[in-house]
Design a protein around this ligand. Structure first.
Ligand SMILES: *[C@@H]1O[C@H](CO)[C@@H](O)[C@H](O)[C@H]1NC(C)=O
Ligand SMILES: *[C@@H]1O[C@H](CO)[C@@H](O)[C@H](O)[C@H]1NC(C)=O
Ligand SMILES: *[C@@H]1O[C@H](CO)[C@@H](O)[C@H](O)[C@H]1NC(C)=O
Ligand SMILES: *[C@@H]1O[C@H](CO)[C@@H](O)[C@H](O)[C@H]1NC(C)=O
Ligand SMILES: *[C@@H]1O[C@H](CO)[C@@H](O)[C@H](O)[C@H]1NC(C)=O
Ligand SMILES: *[C@@H]1O[C@H](CO)[C@@H](O)[C@H](O)[C@H]1NC(C)=O
Length: 502
């Protein structure tokens, strides 16, 4: 009798285990199906052709906290007059890019924005940063911006103020920019509630120490990295942005696919392979860490082509192509305060040389002059950003996020961030590989160009780059093998469990 009960219980337990396993298996299978479908669709929509020749529209996929703003202010604004710039919307496009004749679009939107653009006429560029550094920077920047609101007595007064400010500025707010539109209010609320608690407790004496673990003042880093919003928006952000799967995607299915990848880590490899392909097809990939070399390469690879394009187009059309009033009238009134206010709150760059004026005296930039102008612009920008940061962070005293403090962050925490960003880490490695290739190629074509008496011909941007796609093929072959082995193991283990059941 007792034995039977034990038997029954055992059988019941086994059944439970099996049904749970198969449920999880079904969830996995559905996800795998979704991710695979998405991946094959993404692979199919790649535009073929020579991606190293500049096309009509340059799309800068600006991954947040990679230093893209310097490129925008100190390079792109000099190369493209504001009439050639698409109405920039760091939130969502609010114009029809197919109809407008703009040539430059800079955005935090993800790759899915391509579905709105003339794909075959668009060149892409991006900048990648060491993922650990990017997480730190995102955390600190969210805090920096959020801390500026602490001058207010309470959150209610912040919200009333921003509502009236919003009314005044015809509905476009700074905090509409993804991902800050989620990260900053979240941090802001958190900062206020911590301050309220301090006030209630009547705590006057704050101990200085590790700013990343100062829970009386700010959300500790170890908490931040494990919050659902951070998992959704920050970790692996570069990979998701390059493939069009962010929380901000134009593609309706993006969220399901992303959630599947977040749930089943093994599916991440599909996404990574697509992201690598996107990098392969970009006109330019810069690295935040290799700042000087990146800027130099941008000048030689992209800027030279922009300049020569301007030259050809102005000599062909005899200036008629530069009818600014026509261009402006084609665009809805979009270049509003979204940008200007953005600069105000985030950077306060009003006095930095590049804003306001049109520096793009089309055609007569040379690489040397451009680099000179770039370098002085960058140092000004850095100064104003650093000042602003120090001023904002005063509100968080005694938490002060310095380079020294960052070095003290426990190894275990860094490991955790590494694990949470495994896709971005792989992507960054690949970015470094591509960067090396680009550099090799640049040196070669520069030598070649000199031989051709300095005439920049687009034909020098062909070939040589074909190796990465081969690598992809063999990689996906290996992935397929792994997948087959995995399926085999699954099937045989299932067979084993069903034998037990019998
Ligand atoms: C918030 O601050 C405003 C302005 O000082 C004050 O009028 C209001 O009563 C405060 N609200 C709360 C809930 O403390
Ligand atoms: C994006 O993330 C924010 C913050 O977590 C969330 O409120 C929003 O609903 C998300 N959007 C989508 C489409 O998932
Ligand atoms: C520019 O375009 C506008 C509107 O199409 C036209 O009225 C104007 O004459 C043009 N100006 C020049 C200089 O071509
Ligand atoms: C810009 O510079 C002028 C004079 O140098 C100064 O008065 C003004 O306050 C500055 N504006 C900003 C936004 O820093
Ligand atoms: C471009 O040419 C204009 C007019 O010829 C000149 O005033 C300007 O200084 C030049 N710009 C550069 C960067 O050389
Ligand atoms: C934070 O550290 C920076 C750099 O060491 C320093 O310049 C700044 O004054 C510090 N801020 C506070 C509020 O202690």
């Amino acid at each position: 009798m007792r034995c039977e009960i034990v038997h029954l219980m055992l059988v019941f337990f086994l059944l439970l285990l099996i049904s749970e396993a198969s449920e999880a298996n079904d969830g996995y299978k559905q996800c795998e199906h979704k991710v695979k479908n998405w991946a094959s669709f993404s692979a199919d929509t790649e535009v073929s052709g020579n991606q190293h020749a500049l096309r009509d529209l340059l799309l800068f996929l600006h991954v947040p906290r990679t230093g893209g703003r310097t490129y925008y202010h100190c390079f792109l604004k000099r190369l493209y007059s504001s009439s050639l710039e698409c109405p920039r919307s760091y939130d969502k496009l609010r114009y029809n890019p197919r109809k407008s004749s703009c040539r430059l679009l800079t955005t935090h939107d993800d790759y899915s924005v391509m579905s709105k653009l003339p794909r075959e006429k668009t060149s892409l560029m991006t900048i990648l940063r060491d993922p650990i550094e990017r997480v730190f920077s995102t955390y600190e920047f969210s805090l920096e911006v959020a801390s500026r609101f602490l001058v207010h007595p309470n959150l209610t007064s912040v919200l009333t103020m921003s509502r009236s400010a919003r009314r005044k500025t015809s509905g476009v707010s700074t905090l509409d920019i993804w991902p800050w539109k989620y990260l900053v209010p979240w941090m802001r609320e958190d900062l206020f509630s911590r301050r309220d608690i301090r006030k209630l407790r009547g705590q006057v004496h704050l101990v200085t120490g590790d700013p990343y673990a100062m829970e009386d003042v700010v959300m500790p880093l170890h908490e931040y990295i494990n919050e659902p919003i951070t998992r959704d928006i920050v970790h692996n952000g570069a990979t998701f942005q390059l493939v069009g799967l962010t929380n901000n995607s134009y593609f309706a299915g993006a969220h399901e696919v992303r959630h599947c990848v977040l749930k089943y880590h093994s599916l991440g490899d599909y996404v990574l392979q697509i992201a690598k392909k996107k990098l392969d097809n970009m006109i330019y990939v810069g690295l935040t860490e290799n700042h000087k070399e990146s800027a130099n390469m941008f000048a030689n690879v992209v800027a030279t082509q922009v300049i020569s394009k301007h030259k050809t187009s102005s000599s062909n059309s005899d200036g008629a192509g530069d009818n600014d009033s026509e261009r402006h009238s084609q665009l809805p009134d979009m270049k509003t305060d979204a940008n200007d206010k953005d600069e105000n709150i985030y950077q306060n760059q009003k006095n930095v040389s590049s804003t306001g004026k049109d520096y793009a005296i089309q055609g007569n930039w040379t690489v040397g002059k451009l680099m000179e102008a770039y370098n002085s612009c960058v140092s000004k920008l850095r100064h104003s950003q650093a000042d602003r940061r120090v001023n904002s962070l005063k509100q968080l005293y005694p938490a002060n996020f310095t380079k020294e403090a960052r070095k003290q962050v426990p190894e275990a925490l860094i490991k955790e961030i590494t694990l949470l960003n495994s896709l971005d880490i792989e992507l960054y490695k690949y970015g470094q590989y591509i960067f090396g290739k680009q550099q090799e190629h640049m040196t070669q074509s520069m030598v070649h160009d000199e031989e051709l008496s300095g005439i920049l011909s687009t034909s020098t941007y062909r070939g040589i780059y074909n190796t990465p796609s081969w690598k992809c093929v063999s990689l996906s072959g290996a992935a397929l093998m792994l997948l087959l082995i995995f399926i085999f193991i699954c099937v045989s283990s299932r067979r084993r469990t069903s034998k037990v059941k019998l």
